[in-house]
Design a protein around this ligand. Sequence first.
Ligand code: ZN
Length: 370
Amino acid sequence: MLAPSAALAYLNRVSIVPLHGHEALRERLRAAAAADRLPASILLHGPRGVGKQRLALWLGQLLLCDGSGPRPCGKCQHCRYAARFVHPDLHWYFPRPRLKEADASPEDVREDYREAIAERAEKGCLYPPADGTEAIFVAAVRALLQEAAMSPALARRKVFVVGDAERMVPQEGAEAAANAFLKLLEEPSANTTLVLTSSEPGALLPTVRSRVVALRVARLTDAEVRKFLDHAAVQAALEAAGAPSSASERVRLAQGAPGALLAATGLREALDQARRLVAASGAADPADRLRLAFVQGSSRARGSFAQMLEALTVVLHDKVRDAVGRDDPKAAAAAKALEAVERAKALATGNVNPQLVSAALMRDIEAVGP
Ligand SMILES: [Zn+2]
């Protein structure tokens, strides 16, 4: 526990960005909870950065709320604690670096999560995607199991949010914990709800997937993204992540999942790739172009190719603006190239090889020059 004055100072710093969008899904969840029909183990899956963990925390708040009227009421003690991540019955797990102590106790794990959650909370609950070394290690699973075995401390129920659940790693010698977790998913006690989230539900262990009710979280509309981007905390976080400063460019790059903009490296990579592609499309040697198209398209994740295409739109828009400012005839070429990018986006959503799309695209934007 924090000392009272430290706790107060912490609470004053916490200003979580409100949840945007997902209205239809929220209504469904609200109605199911009101009718006591909500499944005990849920998986929220959808694009990275769309707000799945934020939505899961909202659902946790809803389940703990005892206010009158539509829940969560935002006013009762449970709501106020939940919104500041200090509700003792709302537990939040997500990938973390492995603790140094090989035999980390549940208390060590809780301490680590307290710090990590306080850090997320102070930044308005805006955080970059987990990096490759972070996972939900067995020590965290053991801590969760211990909490699940206890009675709720304040509310009538307990809620566990497990973000990026595909990062739960099976570990040698930890079969008992893994099995206990599966059992918990399968038949949690009546006062327990588990909400898992995943951007890669295909990577979940089949034994986990078969025990949860999967709900898809759709992309936000551009209008919803705009509202989200309006918050001062979001703007500060995006600035720190090196996102482009224009709001319309941010909306385009977000593709309905604004959290993706917080992935500073992913975004910078996409912009770098786009700039390389424009530069190389002016290269004289067709072999050079082909090689770049190959590199460009070899990225396995279709999502990152889509983000590169959005970044390309941003880069070409800049070129149009510059060229128009200088009265350069290349403005028309850049405008035409933008149309080609739109065609490529349509192709990329189908089952077309990204390398072929890149090669065709480079021919189309050749006239823009480096
Ligand atoms: Zn409430």
